[in-house]
Design a protein around this ligand. Structure first.
Ligand SMILES: [Zn+2]
Length: 334
């Protein structure tokens, strides 16, 4: 049995493995109450979702479960690419699933609710460093889900903070292996939210057709404020190019009220998602990336939330564990 019957190395226990590794560190075990907040995740409300997604899509996604064939199931099948062009199940075995697709939807809404909760904690406690062990649904588009992301938790969290009057401006800094295409499209006409995406120059989502089957432009090609495509073999340039993008952003926009970092683990050479194979960064390169972004927000005293993203397979937790252990031991301060 599997949880959802989906044959992709997703929805794993990377959050649990990360926490376990930190708990097993003798230097960190005793101070756990100071570094770990465990809360039940609040499910996002329709009101929070429609600040970002269109109402018709939201209603289809939130529809009640209907024997595997209702609008919620259809939207989730599309989001997780579970049906091939001939209408057959694709890397999906519903008979082996413990939970149905609407329960997967509910789990996604809870994980996205956690991003909002983490963002609230981050702006209420600007002196604290905040990392949420979930979230990062950066492919969600206005009217459909895509790339395992039924909604875009990042833009939803930022718009909720703006609606509450907690912040005005925000940046999304996305260092997942895949372009933050949903985030770029959803914020393209919103001057209050700026986006940086450092991603594989080739492969999904950049290998899709530029025009969709209905004749409209594919929103995956809407540019971020700054896009930094990295070609295979250019891993050694990654940090320099990220630094350059952040310097350009600060020159153009100053420092925002809030930074959301989409801290993808899938550029890691030991990540197991085939579509992230064009980037193969070492653990040391990823620690340098994370340490740079950590110092960027901390030296400017910008409230920020780092979220997990793109962590596939059995080794992704190593990326988070090394960064969080170094942060908690004070090794990133200088
Ligand atoms: Zn990814």
């Amino acid at each position: 049995m599997t949880d959802y019957g989906i044959q992709i190395p997703i929805l794993g226990s990377n959050a649990d493995r990360t926490i376990k590794s930190l708990r097993e560190d003798p230097e960190l075990a005793a101070s756990e109450p100071q570094w770990l907040i465990e809360e039940e995740l609040p499910k996002l409300s329709r009101r929070e979702i429609v600040r970002v997604h269109d109402e018709a899509y939201t209603d289809r996604l939130l529809a009640a479960s209907r024997d595997g064939s209702g609008p919620c199931e259809t939207e989730m099948q599309r989001t997780f690419e579970l049906v091939d062009t001939d209408g057959r199940n694709h890397r999906y075995e519903p008979e082996s699933a413990r939970f149905n697709l609407c329960e997967l939807r509910d789990q996604s809404l809870r994980l996205a609710g956690g991003t909002l909760r983490g963002a609230e904690i981050a702006v209420q406690n600007p002196e604290r460093f905040c990392f949420y062990l979930g979230g990062g649904m950066h492919h969600g588009q206005r009217g459909w889900g895509e790339g395992f992301c039924p909604i875009n938790d990042l833009v939803i969290a930022i718009r909720a903070l703006q609606a509450a009057g907690s912040i005005e401006s925000a940046w999304v800094v996305d260092v997942d292996a895949h372009k933050g295409d949903g985030t770029a499209a959803l914020t393209a006409n919103d001057d209050t939210i700026q986006t940086v995406s450092v991603h594989m120059a080739d492969g999904w989502p950049m290998d899709q057709p530029r025009i969709l089957s209905d004749g409209t432009p594919n929103p995956s090609f809407v540019p971020s404020t700054i896009d930094v495509p990295i070609a295979a073999g250019e891993e050694g340039e990654y940090l320099f190019r990220l630094q350059n993008a952040m310097e350009q952003m600060e020159d153009r926009f100053g420092v925002p009220d809030f930074v959301l970092v989409v801290d993808g683990a899938d550029p890691y050479e030991r990540d197991q998602l085939p579509s992230a194979e064009l980037l193969k960064m070492t653990a040391a390169q990823l620690l340098a990336r994370d340490a740079y972004l950590y110092r960027w927000v901390r030296t400017r005293a910008v409230p920020s939330l780092f979220v997990m993203a793109g962590n596939y397979g059995y080794h992704s937790w190593e990326v988070y564990s090394q960064f969080l252990a170094a942060q908690l031991k004070g090794e990133l301060e200088n």
